[in-house]
Design a protein around this ligand. Structure first.
Ligand code: MRU
Length: 346
């Protein structure tokens, strides 16, 4: 597969190169960010999106912020870096990968306070590139661990986009699919279109088709009927934040899928790197759920499809309770339900 084509964030010649995901699949266009504010804007407008990808973009935003700081000593440098870091972390609230990556960068700066400011600026760039490279490694391992659950001939349902475009280039849920295909297993994928922003039809269908995977697009409300017809063997999705007990926040609609899967006795798998685990919270009730604009529902992609004055509720994520999840696939291994005391013990 051509990972470069679906690598959403990359450090290139002192700039951060993004694929503008709001334009896919019609137009493939790169954006080049030269300051951290441009990355914050890209995260908020979802030109870059997906939990691991916004983590990488956030880390690179900290590197960019560092390059533009003029400071005489470490304390001055650190104070300015911390202001930028707090702004970057606040760009989107649900995916823990963003604050995880930004915090790692800030701690890295603290641990290297003895270096000159010029050295530290270079080291911060290296650290953000390391976050990108580690994510790619983790994606490959998630793919390998998850592919062990996929038998030849299976049909998989996925929701939203947990592919290369949502990570460093290989994916989490889609990494499992790519690896199974690389192992010559014949698999079929149903992709939910994922209203309101259509990450399933615009991004998942795009990258699966580009990579030669047998893909069928369905509207979100069709999944239950397909399951009842015996057309789905398992569900695999990504995650934005996994609490210590295994409760998992992911794209809105995942919770409903988990109930449908349970009812039809179909395994429900979550695939995510350890950077998506938030062991500081006991359960999903503590996960902040982002609410997005009314316009995404009333006027998606600038086409009015509802009366302008109707009330709208637009939560971008939901939380699937651990008991609806058959297994969580990470780069370390496959954890089967129940998860308590397992996720934090490796
Ligand atoms: O709002 P988005 O597009 O950022 O939501 C993305 C998802 O919910 C993904 O499933 C999740 O981030 C996992 S990506 C590997």
């Amino acid at each position: 597969m051509n990972i470069d084509r679906i690598t959403p964030v990359k450090w290139e010649n002192g700039l951060v190169k993004l694929i503008d995901q709001t334009k896919l699949p019609i137009v493939y266009e790169n954006i080049y960010c030269k300051d951290y504010q441009a990355i914050i804007a890209a995260i908020k407008t979802m030109q870059v999106r997906g939990a691991p990808a916004i983590g990488i973009a956030g880390a690179m935003a900290v590197s960019l912020a560092a390059q533009n700081i003029a400071a005489e000593n470490f304390d001055e440098f650190y104070n300015q870096l911390k202001i930028a870091a707090d702004e970057i972390s606040a760009a989107r609230p649900t995916a823990v990968n963003l604050s995880w990556a930004v915090n790692r960068m800030i701690k890295f700066a603290q641990n290297n306070k003895n270096k000159s400011i010029e050295q530290l600026k270079k080291l911060l760039i290296k650290e953000s590139i390391a976050i990108y490279e580690e994510d790619l490694e983790m994606s490959k391992k998630i793919g390998k661990n998850g592919a062990a659950l996929i038998k030849d001939g299976m049909t998989i349902l996925t929701h939203c986009n947990a592919g290369g475009l949502a990570t460093s280039g290989y994916g989490t849920a889609l990494a499992v699919i790519y690896t199974a295909a690389e192992q010559s297993k014949k698999i079929k994928v149903y992709a939910d279109e994922t209203r309101p922003l259509l990450q399933g039809s615009r991004l998942t269908a795009y990258e699966l088709v580009e990579n030669g995977i047998d893909t069928t697009l369905i509207c979100d409300n069709m999944a239950g009927w397909l399951m009842s017809q015996g057309k789905i063997d398992c569900v695999i999705v990504g995650a934005d934040r996994i609490a210590a007990n295994g409760d998992t926040a992911n794209k809105i609609g995942t919770y409903s899928l988990s109930i449908l899967a349970k009812y039809h006795n179909i395994p429900m798998y979550i695939a995510a790197p350890s950077s998506t685990l938030d062991l500081s919270i006991k359960n999903g009730s503590m996960i902040p759920i982002e609410e997005r604009s009314v316009d995404e529902v009333i006027r998606p992609f600038n086409v009015q499809i509802a009366p302008q004055n109707v009330k709208v509720f637009n939560p971008a994520f939901d939380v699937t309770p651990a008991e609806n999840i058959t297994a969580i696939i990470t780069e370390k291994k496959v954890y089967f339900y129940p998860f308590v005391d397992k996720l934090n013990n490796d």
